[in-house]
Design a protein around this ligand. Structure first.
Ligand code: ZN
Length: 275
């Protein structure tokens, strides 16, 4: 049995050289948009995503989205299902994820071990992806993980080029709105965290998304009255969802968002192929 020696500590909180290296790798990777897709969506879009995934995201976060007729994308690292995170709050079990999936939310890939992928070979990364897919088949045997989120936002050209061949899209942690042309190898996403966003900033982001007919992706973790530094409170999440809806944005999963931004392009290609 192959045992992988994986780096599962956040490389962005490590030594200064490690942080600087990570910043440089992410910056360079973002300059090479090797999987571009022009946005053809007819209306602005907002997507709510949750990483890791804490049980509270499945229980509270999913319910808030559903109350507004929306669904989200949950990027799961299967190796940690049912365990406690370092802060002590529980991560979702397979049974909790099954309920989320059955209610129409999307399950995405976040590696199996929540690996800092800059430290592993592409062969090891491939094994991580295969292992996660196999683990999350326990949710339902028909699940295929089509979309990926980089653990810690950690990426490089090497890993980005590989991952964009394996997935429809890869989501980064680069805090920008996707406009004009989306980079499917590194979709931009804003952190929806009480520690970094308030209602005024959320309203500003949604207004910019409406004005540019763009695609705003939020990422968060736990959903709790006293959220962690990476989490969001139920009232702030509910406010963001209702504000986006009231502003005329389509609320989509990542997979649905990809359909909407590329739908027109695909139709045109089909028409050209059959004319
Ligand atoms: Zn994560």
């Amino acid at each position: 049995m192959l045992v992988l020696a994986l780096q599962t500590q956040d490389p962005n909180t490590g030594s200064l050289p490690a942080r600087l290296t990570g910043m440089a790798l992410r910056f360079v990777a973002r300059q090479f948009c090797s999987k571009p897709l022009a946005l053809r969506n007819a209306q602005p879009m907002v997507t709510f995503t949750f990483d890791d995934v804490p049980a509270s995201a499945c229980e509270v976060g999913a319910r808030i989205l559903e109350q507004h007729g929306a669904r989200g994308t949950f990027y799961v690292a299967g190796g940690s299902c049912g365990t406690a995170n370092p802060g002590g709050s529980p991560r979702a079990s397979i049974d909790q994820l099954r309920k989320v999936w059955a209610n129409g939310h999307e399950i995405g890939c976040h590696t199996y071990s929540h690996s800092a992928i800059r430290y592993i070979s592409l062969h090891e990364l491939g094994l991580e992806l295969d292992r996660n897919q196999a683990a999350l088949k326990k949710i339902n045997s028909s699940i295929v993980l089509r979309n990926f989120a980089y653990p810690y936002g950690d990426m490089s050209i090497r890993t980005k080029r590989y991952l964009e061949t394996r997935f429809d899209s890869c989501r980064s942690s680069h805090a920008r709105i996707n406009t004009t042309v989306a980079d499917l190898g590194a979709l931009n996403a804003w952190p929806l965290q009480n520690a970094s966003l308030d209602r005024a900033k959320i309203a500003e982001l949604i207004a910019q998304t409406v004005q540019s007919r763009g695609w705003l992706i939020f990422h968060s973790h736990d959903v709790a009255e006293q959220p962690s530094g990476y989490g969001v409170s139920p009232d702030l999440l509910e406010w963001a969802v209702s504000t986006a809806k009231r502003s005329g944005c389509a609320l989509t999963t990542t997979a649905e968002g990809l359909e909407l931004i590329g739908g027109a392009a695909r139709k045109e290609r089909l028409a050209a192929a059959t004319s």
